[in-house]
Write a protein that binds this ligand. Structure first.
Ligand code: BTN
Length: 260
């Protein structure tokens, strides 16, 4: 995407100001610099290319030039700590809505992957800054593979990742898609601020690729299987083990979760 122009953007908070860079290390880094400079809630940092895009647990996020949406949003929602997890849910909801509007069968694989037929098309990361135990600001990073070709996917994710181009066979213009994404992000962010928790929870559960399915789960020091029996943006995922005990897991504890 060249210097973007979003004619239909009339959002309340997200995207009131948009900063665009052709090439960055990571849009999340630039968003944190914005925060350090005292920027306002809802600023969007966009890039044509990232050299060190980052995912959860220090993983790399490959972001080829003008082939996807690589963006970060500065958020200052003044929410209690437990509600900060909802920010990841609204990111995934916005991505899933945009893909659905383009007729893709998008689902959310808890906690943060948006998948099409089980392959990851987008990832969401939330980074938070606390001041005396109160969340002060967060950066919501979204990476969405739009026109990434099969050959551009690194070998280690070739079989588990996808893009709109790979699924559809044709390219989609990135700029209008980015505008649609910002509009949906703003919609879900307002819902969160208006405490419409049921609206968010229901949509999130409806998109779920894992709810009521058997899953395998890996955390830092254990791996097991069970049935995903409940989901909640704040509490996480409830997994029932074979002995009937139910354990809730938070997104930041689980490195890998797959339906089996
Ligand atoms: C994940 O699935 O682990 C999350 C991936 C998030 C990638 C996006 S791309 C834009 C933003 N900038 C980054 O460095 N990361 C996020």
């Amino acid at each position: 995407m060249d210097e973007p122009n979003f004619p239909n953007l009339n959002t309340k908070t997200i995207g009131k100001r948009i900063v665009y860079y052709k090439k960055v290390t990571s849009t999340n880094d630039l968003a944190w610099m914005e925060i350090a400079n005292g920027t306002e809630d809802g600023v969007v940092v966009l890039a044509g290319e990232q050299m060190r895009g980052r995912g959860r647990f220090g993983r790399n996020w490959v972001s080829p030039t003008q082939k996807g949406i690589w963006l970060s949003v500065v958020l200052k929602p003044q929410l209690p700590v437990d509600k900060m997890f909802s920010l990841m849910a609204i990111g995934a909801l916005a991505v899933a809505d945009v893909l659905k509007a383009h007729k893709f069968e998008a689902m959310i694989r808890w906690p943060n992957d948006v998948v099409i037929k089980g392959k990851k098309i987008a990832g969401i990361i939330i980074e938070t800054k606390f001041v005396s135990k109160a969340p002060e600001a967060a950066v919501l990073g979204i990476g969405m593979n739009v026109n990434v070709g099969q050959k551009e996917l690194p070998d280690d994710i070739k079989d588990i990742a996808t893009s709109a181009l790979i699924e559809n066979g044709y390219e989609i213009a990135i700029q209008p898609l980015t505008e649609e994404l910002i509009i949906r992000l703003d919609y879900w962010y307002q819902a969160l601020r208006d405490k419409k928790d049921d609206l968010i929870n229901d949509a999130w559960r409806n998109y779920s690729a894992v709810l009521n399915k058997m899953v395998s789960l890996r955390s830092k020091d254990c791996a097991y299987q069970g049935k995903a029996v409940d989901l909640d943006p704040c509490k996480g995922i409830a997994v029932e083990q074979s002995d009937g005990t139910i354990k809730w897991w938070q997104g930041d504890e689980v490195e890998l979760l797959r339906p089996i």
